[in-house]
Every structure is written in structure tokens, then in C-alpha cells.
Design a protein around this ligand. Sequence first.
Ligand code: FAD
Length: 492
Amino acid sequence: MTARNGAAYLDRLRTHSPELWVGAEKITDVAGHKATSGAAAEIARLYDLQSKSDSMLFSPEDGAGKAGVQFLMPRTAEDLELRSVMHKQWADSTLGMMGRSTDFVSAMLVAWNANAEFFGEGADRVRAYYKYVRDNDLFLSHALADPPVDRSKPPSQQPDPFTYLGVKRETPDGIIVSGAKMLATAAPYSDEILVWPFSLRKYGAEEKPYAIAFAIPADAPGVRLICREPFGGGNGFDHPLSSRFDEMDAVVVFDDVLVPWERVFINQDFERVNNIWAINSNAFTGVQTSVRLLAKLQFVAGIAKRATETVKTDQFPQVRDALGEITTYIELTRAAVLAAEAGARPNDDGILFPDVRPLYAVRNSANRWYPRVREILQQILAGGLLYQPADVSAFDSPIAEDIARFYRGPDTNSLDRIAIYKVAADLAVSAFGGRHELYERFYAGDPLFLRINTQFNQYDWTEPLGLIDGLLATSIKDSGLLPGGTGEGAAA
Ligand SMILES: Cc1cc2nc3c(=O)[nH]c(=O)nc-3n(C[C@H](O)[C@H](O)[C@H](O)COP(=O)(O)OP(=O)(O)OC[C@H]3O[C@@H](n4cnc5c(N)ncnc54)[C@H](O)[C@@H]3O)c2cc1C
């Protein structure tokens, strides 16, 4: 067992290429195709970073060699810090642009392993799977949401009974599943895909086949990935972000796929599937998503500052106020991670779970903050976002003098100024930038139900109600009346 480096990651991707479709084209070399090679190279860089950094590796007690800290089961405050520093190193390295670097789903698997008994008969399978992924340092993605065909009806009443993913039959070797899942980000780059339903399953015999959770290799027979339009493939100057960080979203089609029993974690069990949130994996994924958001906000603030300095709009109070709004979100995010770590509590086996409350607060705000941050970029950089020549060839063309003259800043040459604004434009007005806004709005689920569930239904109201009830007790006592409003005398 050894944590992988970039070359090992790319080698495996080449020999285990998933069935990947971009339009009518079947891509057979994810690492080499121009639509997907940029992000594959970035992921390889993350593995190189991990393999060269002692602080990103640890020696598991139940294994030989070194594993990535993303798989560390934290028992101490130092362990938790190691984990979040690891997340930050990866997020900084990708400028917060790769939400589904594998440390997201591996954080989930850490929680599953810590609370494996939740899975009942599947508990030992989950434990064995965690060890398998850790020891082979595999890249995980996940596919939860159902395809948006008819949102008003449950799985069994979709136009075809296997529109939503479900069990067709059981065999001695495992379950045969068919149907689709929408938008598994980074699935084309992953070794394995974790699958379960995001939305609650209705109780009823006909809905049972859809109450499942399992893991499957991305290249398993019958698994097909259908990509959205790629944003990568451009050159690094004109498309500085999308050429490198297009982590790709894909619909996953399961065409009579055999899932071996050892990878079936929940089989047609409403109780477990509907209560999977109780494992509290958000306590771990929430650290990854907050730390990754921190890096992204810092990067956006940095580019906004540079771009406004270049044309001297940073002198204006409304621009400073807008930049200050972004740094406010940065500090709230940073504080939430620290609070989550400070409030961590051990489970019965001594595994420390960060306090999920501040992490939920960030998740339930950042789906509004990030669209606002992108709006700020558009407001303060305005037409400057489109004030670039179409591509780098203009520098070596008959209009080169115009470029040098009109595209400079007072203290900045035209090459530097255009480079800065190309980055800003890739965030603020490109298709890649639009996808990032959508990602931040929805990656954790529907923001409406997310907030209702975590900030209202599951929220511990003891303290807020304690305060109001304390005051009410005093004011009712001051009324001079008996409880229920009977009795003599009113407040003097
Ligand atoms: C960029 C991106 C990346 C993603 N990556 C992943 C991934 O890696 N893995 C993964 O599993 N998923 C991923 N998702 C999917 C994500 O989980 C879903 O987008 C999210 O859960 C919302 O579901 P939906 O898009 O199907 O919207 P829908 O559920 O179709 O909702 C559409 C609208 O209808 C409303 N609505 C829907 N149902 C109801 C109802 N019952 N009552 C009232 N209103 C309702 C919603 O509030 C919303 O406004 C990704 C999504 C995006 C955009």
C-alpha cells in the first residue's frame, strides 16, 4: 500500500478508462483527450503534491506503508488539523476550482467507516471498502440525484420503471441495477463511484428497488458516462481557469450493471437510505467544502483586487466596499472551520467528528454568497470583462500596436493587463464561470430544502427558545395573573 503519485494516477486512468461520451464521440483516453486532459493533469498534480508532502501522509495502524491524510480517522485535535491543512493544500493548488477533488467523497467515506454499524448487514462491507479505497488511494466521485424527468412523481411512477436507478433482480453474485443518476461531478476522472439516493424514498413495496446504496468501479461493464459540453480544451492564456479546472459533470447510465454483494451497502431498505444523513458525514465533507470555499473566495478576492488596481478603480469607495464584502465571507468561512474543529466530539469509538453546525451555516449561506461574489465581479469590473482581444494571436498581428497602446493600464503593460482580465472573465462571464455559480448554488442539494432541514427541522432550538421563554415567564409573572390568565389583579 502506498499513496499514489500523479503518474500512478494517470496510469490507472488509462488502463481503467470509463465508457465516456461527449456528444457522439466515445472518449477512450480521458487523460489524453483535449476536452478532458487539462483537469486530469491537475488531478495528477494533486497526487504529486500528496506523495511529496510528509504532512499529507500517515501510517495506518491496520496497514503497511503510507496512506493519504484524506483517509485519516481523526482521534485528536492534531489529526483534525492535519486533515483540514491537507484540504487547504489541495484547494489552494486548484484555486478552489475543483469542488469534487477526491478529498470530498473520501471525507464522506471516513464518516461511513466511523459509523459503519449504521449499515447493519452492510457494516463490514463498508469497513472493507474504506480500507480498499484507502490502501489503493482511489479517486472517488458520487452520484445521488435522480434524473430530472418527472419531479412530481416517485421513482416507480416515472415513464419507465428504470428511469430512476433501481434493482432489477438479485443474483447469487449481487444485484443487477438499471437506470440513471444525474450529474456526477468528476466521474470521468474517478476510479470508483458511490451511489445512493439524494431524495427521500417513499415507503411502499413498489418503491423498494430504489432504496439502495453501493459502490461501483467507474469502468464497470454497463456503466456509461454522458458528459455535458466540455469547457476545457482552450489555451492557458485565453482560458486560464477552464483549460485547467473543468472537473466535468456527467450523467451516469447503468445498463443492467452487476453490483457484487461486497459492494452493496444498503439493499432495498427505506429506513437506512432515508436516514443516511444520521451518519453525520457532513461533519467531514463540510470541512472540505468550507476549506475549498475559503480558497476560492481568497482567489476571487485576489483577482478582483488585482484587476481594480490595474485600472485604478480600487480608489473608489463603492469598489472598496464590494471587495470588503468578499473578504467578510472569507473570514466567516475561516471562522466556521475553526469553530467546527474546536467543537469536535468523539463518537463511541473515539473518532472525532467536527461540529457540523458552523459548517452547515456556511453551506446554507455560501449558496447565496457565491452568486453574490460573481455579481460583484461583474459590477466592479463591468465592461472591462469583455475588453480583451479574442485571443493571444493578437499580440503578434497587424493590430499589435493597438493592443500595446489601448490594453495597458497606467502602470501595467498590455500583456499583464489582459492576462489579469482573462482570469476575471473566466470567473465572471464564461460558461465555466456560470457553471461554477450553479455548482455553488446546488452542489450540496436543493438550497431550499437544505436550509429548511438543517437550519430549522434538525436545528437545536433549546437556546433560542430558552431566552424567549425566560422573558415570557417574567412578563407573565409581572402581569399579576395566574397561569392561563385567570386570577386577580393586573400588573401595577
Ligand atoms: C454543477 C453541479 C454539480 C453537481 N454535482 C453533483 C455530484 O457530484 N453528485 C451528485 O449526486 N449530484 C450533483 N449535483 C446535483 C445536485 O445534487 C442537484 O442539482 C441538487 O440536488 C438539486 O436537484 P435538481 O438539480 O435535480 O433540482 P430539482 O430537484 O429538479 O429542483 C428544481 C427546482 O424545483 C424545486 N423543487 C423540486 N422538488 C420540489 C418539491 N418536491 N417541492 C417543492 N419544490 C421542489 C426546487 O426547489 C428547485 O428550485 C450537481 C449539480 C450541479 C448543478
